[in-house]
Design a protein around this ligand. Structure first.
Ligand code: S3P
Length: 439
């Protein structure tokens, strides 16, 4: 585990030019290990994200007896054990900082008939888990949690799960995916209805592995008792990682950057829609389909941005991109208003408060509200901000330096490795003036 004392120092100015391929999609990487492990046959993955989060999932399945080779330059080979081939791990599974690992695995393991404990780091141990353990209990699962409904989670063996028809109170792909994965082990049909569209990688990948999912009008259903057949997966670049560069190149004058092979799933493209509404110049080149997921190259050139009222229907489609979108808002002319985004308060950090604190420290007028923020565009000053161990906050403030009046020092950056290993090297390679120190 990397030191929690890593500090980024980003000098002001610069422009982003050249060509860049960001690391593989985190959501798809997690799911490739989960489904590949339960499949019959050998699954070959390319473009796998070798970040701490997806590696936590990989290690957890190794600890449950799955033979997994790699990652070796993005290549992972998973020798699937079949739906009932996992072995109880000898010790608690440590999922580090990864909410996706914990919530999806909670569902996947609930009906395996074995005892497993899931633990995480300080941030993950604060995040709400009742949103998965409550509906799983309705399916007949037996899962213990800390009093606050948080990890550690003790999954106990039960004889059977029952399918449910669940209407999610929050738009969460993690909850939807958790229940669909549990539903594979349940009697009868499991259906999940979402209040707004969320990322559909689980549904797409299940189909790719030959497991029928019926999706229609915000409702996904599957029958228990099916099987998964191994397949090959080419993981596209993560649009959530590309987002830092979409904003960086938009705000830094003279930028012209090509981002190659970016995942363009329509449940993930809110960041492009929002930036375009603000006036960004983003061209989608050579749209294509790779292994059931849309992919394209993105050319982004600097452009003057204007503040907007962010449409609420874009919030779940850009849920991980708000830290850097707030940097775009700080560089825009006029006011940007975000509402309907209370979920940001329960991410790796309270992203509304932590971003507001950082922006204010840099002299930006940023006012948090219970479900969003109001940001007045203007000049970004110099100063020190604390990422609170949140990878996306650290990377967002790195981009802010492109338009800042002075140096920005960002503390507690080790967790950038959870989603974007070699971020500093790649960012510096296209023109960011960032360096990393072990403080
Ligand atoms: C994820 C879903 C999102 C997202 C997270 C990854 C996934 O969480 O924030 O980074 O892979 O399913 P919610 O679905 O809880 O919003």
């Amino acid at each position: 585990m990397a030191s929690s004392k890593v500090q980024f120092v980003a000098s002001p100015g610069g422009r982003l030019t050249g060509t860049l391929r960001v690391p593989g999609d985190k959501s798809i990487s997690h799911r490739s290990i989960m489904l590949g492990s339960l499949a019959e046959g050998t699954t070959r993955v390319t473009g796998f994200l070798d970040g701490e989060d997806s590696l936590a999932t990989l290690r957890a399945f190794r600890d449950m007896g799955v033979h997994i080779e790699g990652p070796d330059q993005g290549a992972v080979t998973i020798h699937g054990v079949g739906m009932h081939g996992l072995r109880a791990p000898a010790a608690p599974l440590d999922l580090g900082n990864s909410g996706t690992s914990m919530r999806l695995m909670c569902g996947l393991l609930a009906g395996q008939g074995m005892e497993v404990t899931l633990v995480g780091d300080e941030s993950l141990s604060r995040r709400p888990m009742k949103r998965v353990t409550d509906p799983l209990a309705r399916m007949g699962a037996d899962i213990g949690a800390a009093d606050a409904g948080t990890a550690p989670l003790q999954i106990h063996a039960v004889d059977t799960l029952r399918g449910i028809d669940y209407r999610m109170p929050v738009a969460s792909a993690q909850v939807k995916s958790c229940l669909l994965l549990a539903g594979m082990y349940a009697q009868g049909q499991t259906c999940v209805t979402e209040p707004a569209p969320t990322r559909d990688h689980t549904e797409r990948m299940l189909q790719g592995f030959g497991y029928a999912v019926r999706s229609d009008a915000g409702r996904a259903c599957l029958d228990g008792g099916g099987r998964l057949r191994a397949c090959d997966i080419d993981v596209p670049g993560d649009i959530s990682s590309a987002a830092f560069f979409l904003v960086g190149a938009s705000i830094a004058q003279g930028s012209d950057l090509l981002l190659e092979h970016v995942g363009m799933n329509p449940t993930r493209d809110g960041v492009i829609n929002i930036l375009r509404l603000m006036g960004a110049d983003i061209e989608v080149l050579d749209p294509r389909e790779v292994g059931g997921e849309p992919v394209a190259d993105l050319r982004v050139r600097s452009a003057p941005l204007s503040g907007i009222r962010i449409p609420e229907d874009q919030v779940p489609l850009a849920i991980d991109e708000f830290p850097v979108l707030f940097i775009a808002a700080a560089c825009a002319t006029g006011q940007t208003v975000l509402t309907g985004a209370q979920e940001l308060r329960v991410k790796e950090s309270d992203r509304i408060q932590v971003m507001a604190d950082g922006l204010v420290a840099l002299g930006v007028d940023a006012r948090p509200t219970p479900d969003g923020i109001v940001i007045q565009g203007g000049a970004i000053g110099a100063g020190t901000v604390d990422s609170h161990g949140d990878h996306r906050i650290a990377m967002a403030f790195t981009m802010a330096a492109l338009r800042a009046r002075g140096e920005i020092v960002i503390n507690d950056c080790a967790n950038v490795n959870t989603s974007f290993p070699r971020f500093v090297e790649l960012a510096a390679g296209v023109g960011s003036r960032v360096v990393s120190h072990d403080a």
